[in-house]
Design a protein around this ligand. Sequence first.
Ligand code: SF4
Ligand code: FES
Length: 394
Amino acid sequence: MSLDRPAEHRPYTLVAELTYRCPLRCFYCSNPVDYARHGEELDSATWRRLLREAEALGIVQVNLTGGEPLVREDLEPLIEEARRLDLYVNLITSGIPLTRERLARFRALGLDSVQLSIQDVAAPGSDRVAGLRSFERKLEVARWIKELGFPLTMNTVLHRDNLDHVGEIVALAERLSADRLELANTQYLGWALLNRKALLPSRDQLDRARAVAAEARQCLRGRMEVLFVLPDYYTDYPKACMDGWGRRFLLIAPDGRVLPCHAAHRLPGLEFERAGCRPLAEIWWDSPGLNAFRGEAWMPEPCRSCDRRTIDFGGCRCQAYFLTGDAVATDPVCRLAPRHDLVEAARAEPRTPGAYVYRAPGSRRSAARRGAVRQRLPAPADQGHGGLEVREQW
Ligand code: SF4
Ligand code: FES
């Protein structure tokens, strides 16, 4: 086992992707486009053991997420075990399916907080994103969350169709007595990359939304925290994706692969181990995949000699791969990147508003081919759960 265990690579948060199953079909879902090929799920006893191993490794918070974690019938024993280990337990959910009785059970078992996704300010827009009539139910779930005394974070993923509603989204979060509103601009990976031409906003839209969110943040200080996760494609530099590769976040996929982020298993040539084959601590420190982009030795120029390399860690490896075909390349979002032209070209592309490829079983290619999942929907009228962990925001 490696003796080199720098403190900056001690993980704090376990992202427990319990399942890829989900009743919603959001077209920017952060689950891999080939999720149906990874349908296997760890059993409850293995998850409880992994919680113990994660705590021993230094983890202090566990995010129970998916897919939709509520579809697992064993959430109760997992919450109970995590609380017994004194971990902070956060449930990230669409709210579908949930009953008030089950939520009350979670409360009694010690669940600490709930992040609820609401896709837009009214049913037409929210349900169109979800591919399911779900908006009214989500409002009801938000009320239960508050009635039962949980801190509520409302998650809304922002894109071309709802960026002009940010003021109303803030008002909705206030009405629901949310403690925190997370406005996360879409990150263009997986399903969202497939839908980029429909989802990518204009710079004017982003600027207006950002100003509205900044004012709300100021006005609501002390009552509700408003986070605006900075958008890719319109920034000069990339975000520190996942706070750096294999630094703070340890993600376990439904089938047990131990990853630095939700998309890394799609990068060719990297070897990620399955939890359970050997202790989690050994995997965290020694797995070739988790070590592939730690530190700076892997960086090409211009990152290698750039002052920002300790701030953004060279950006997102998955974005670099999906845009350039090379996971080692400088993230093309960076204005200094040799392939920044790819992002400039995407910004200049003609948009295809309303033409979405919904999340559905099958590969990217087969999903795009199947007429049944490509639907042209009406333009937004009056109108995820957010999956990514991106920490750069204000
Ligand atoms: Fe970040 Fe690399 Fe761009 Fe510097 S050159 S800002 S380290 S992505
Ligand atoms: Fe994998 Fe950014 S999503 S490194």
